[in-house]
Design a protein around this ligand. Structure first.
Ligand code: FES
Length: 108
């Protein structure tokens, strides 16, 4: 059954910061952009690069391997050499705790 998973206290991830969390055996990049939280898979759609080491500029992240850029709020690809979007996960804050929607269990 699909469900919200609590991952981290909201005040531990200040605006401009990011961290890695594992959800249902998937590594996610959780970011705080100006007080709003977003999560995308931490896997570049070009060649599997680790996005967590990439440069973040506003709501955009640049893959450290070959420079593809993605929108952190949606996972949308913004520039080559990647051409496929990255899955984005719904995020909410409840009682100061960041929760991510576990989409991996929707089919159960
Ligand atoms: S692996 Fe990310 S741009 Fe190539």
């Amino acid at each position: 059954m699909a469900k919200w998973i609590t991952v981290i206290p909201a005040d531990e991830l200040k605006p401009g910061m990011h961290t890695l969390v594992e959800l249902n055996h998937v590594d996610l990049l959780l970011v705080n952009i100006a007080g709003d939280f977003y999560a995308i898979e931490n896997l570049c759609s070009h060649d599997g690069g680790d996005l967590s080491g990439g440069e973040i500029d506003g709501a955009e992240i640049t893959c450290p391997r070959h420079g593809a850029r993605f929108d952190l709020t949606t996972g949308a690809v913004l520039s080559a050499p990647a051409f496929e979007n990255i899955p984005a996960y719904p995020v909410r804050v409840v009682d100061n705790m960041v929760q991510i929607f576990d989409q991996g269990t929707i089919a159960e």
